[in-house]
Design a protein around this ligand. Structure first.
Ligand SMILES: Cc1cc2nc3c(=O)[nH]c(=O)nc-3n(C[C@H](O)[C@H](O)[C@H](O)COP(=O)(O)O)c2cc1C
Length: 447
């Protein structure tokens, strides 16, 4: 049985419409990768289905893509969310931004602006970034620990900047001619190891007080960071038992931080393909797996594991255990490699199976099924403390998102698992999160 006060689950939709393994399909709309229209269509489908939020990731490096690769370099997420704020009313807007390759004052301004323009619907997927250092003046990427240390200070600074205007600093009193109450706008005078920021911010306090904090790190440092700051936790979980272990672990770390763990939602990523019948679903799954580019996925796996060489290992062979690195020593990512190393450690796992896991959904959950089967999967995970909902990615693009809205949502609503209408208008209200009141002193992290 779930720990959630009510059984309502939370659903986010990834703003992705191009299936990277199927872009040659004439109906793929590949030409619109950098156009607004397909994202507006996705946004309106998700809002009509009462999703909690739209979500989009972001990267900061741009390796030269191979000729056949569909995804390399697309729209920057925050301006896209601002554009979608104008074409939606209630759905949340969760964008990704880096604490390693951004400046707190700039990001505080941008996120506050989108929160104002959307009347309080912004969430921030806080990433420490795993690449892109060559574009930000670094010879090497800062270490895993350095990136999380900087991220802690970053959160402290932006939280105090958003609180640098009291909620009632803007007066607009025409009779007295008072626009602002300057006594309610204060500098933050931050001097830390990574940042020096005087403040105040030059935008009034955002409608939500501050964006909803989202975080996705599966490493020890990542989970501790989530326990200190996250209100929504994304994670990559391929199967339910490990997902329950991760769920219990993160919730207990949050509790140890003196926070109410029932208020923090854990949303694994789930890439879905909808089919009319089970036979169709199996066929689609087979077709998909036949299209996996093993050579490119092997290169991705080697990079993810710190540059090891697996070129001498046959696809149907097991990789000798001594060839694997220790994930906690890796610089770029630690959590995702650990998930793959756990799979590799299972008896008889071949290189092909590992490349499947990475090639199908980058380590995330992957489902091919009828609307009923997908609803059952969602119910099983959310009813057994493996998840509080999902960050859904439609492998079939816009038609997949529409099929989910038309066929799976009604099943979840009929089972009392998902809202039939919005009861709030901000992202915080969708996730039953409190409004952070507080002053500069109270919101900032430990000093
Ligand atoms: C669902 C999900 C979405 C993510 N989105 C992004 C992203 O958009 N950009 C990014 O740089 N990292 C993204 N990450 C990676 C994490 O932010 C983090 O860097 C990664 O999990 C490694 O952290 P760790 O070393 O603490 O495990 C995502 C991870 C997950 C699970």
């Amino acid at each position: 049985m779930t720990d959630r006060e009510d059984r309502q689950i939370h659903l986010g939709l990834w703003l992705t419409f191009l299936d990277s393994t199927d872009w040659r399909n004439p109906a793929s709309r590949a030409e619109e990768l950098n156009s607004l229209a397909p994202y507006v269509e996705l946004a309106q489908i998700a809002e009509a289905a009462k999703f909690d939020a739209l979500i989009r990731g972001d990267g900061f490096g741009a390796p030269i893509p191979s000729a056949t690769q569909a995804y390399a370099g697309s729209l920057e997420i925050l301006p896209l969310l601002a554009a979608l704020a104008a074409r939606t009313d209630r759905i949340g807007l969760i964008g990704t931004a880096s604490t390693t390759f951004s400046e707190p004052y700039d990001l505080a301004r941008t996120l506050a602006t989108i929160d104002h323009l959307s009347n309080g619907r912004v969430g921030w997927n806080i990433v420490t970034s795993t690449g892109g250092e060559e574009n930000y003046g670094y010879d090497r990427i800062p270490s895993h620990a350095e990136r999380y240390e900087r991220a802690d200070e970053f959160i402290d600074v932006v939280s105090r900047l958003w609180a640098s205007w009291d909620g009632d600093a803007v007066q607009i009193d025409r009779s007295s001619g008072t626009f602002f109450d300057p006594s309610k706008i204060n500098p933050i005078d931050h001097r830390g190891k990574h940042f020096q920021v005087a403040g105040p911010l030059n935008i009034a306090r955002p409608p939500q007080g501050r964006p909803v904090f989202v975080q996705a790190g599966d490493s020890e440092a990542g989970k501790d960071f989530a326990a200190r700051h996250a209100e929504i936790v994304f994670t990559a979980q391929r199967e339910v038992f490990n997902a329950r272990t991760f769920y219990a672990d993160v919730k207990s770390r949050i509790k140890q931080q003196g926070r109410d763990e029932t208020r923090v939602s854990v949303l694994p990523g789930l890439v879905f393909t909808i089919a009319e019948t089970e036979t169709d679903a199996l066929q689609l799954s087979d077709e998909f797996h036949r299209r996996i580019d093993y050579d490119r996925t092997r290169v991705n796996l080697q990079e993810l594991l710190g540059g090891i060489d697996l070129s001498d290992i046959g696809l149907d062979e097991q990789v000798p255990a001594e060839r694997w690195p220790n994930a906690s020593t890796l610089t770029r990512q630690q959590g995702r490699p650990q998930i793959l190393l756990n799979l590799a450690a299972q008896d008889g796992t071949t290189l092909r199976q590992l490349l499947h896991a990475l090639g199908t959904a980058h380590g995330h959950g992957r489902i091919f099924g009828t609307p009923e089967q997908i609803a059952n999967h969602i119910e099983l995970w959310t009813e057994t403390n493996a998840a509080d909902g999902f960050a859904l990615s439609p492998a079939q693009g816009i038609s997949g998102a529409r099929a989910f809205a038309d066929r799976v949502i009604p099943i979840l609503q009929a089972r009392g698992l998902f809202r039939t209408d919005y009861t709030g208008s901000t992202l915080r209200e969708h996730f039953q999160l409190e409004q952070p009141a507080g002053t500069i002193e109270s919101v900032g992290g430990p000093r």
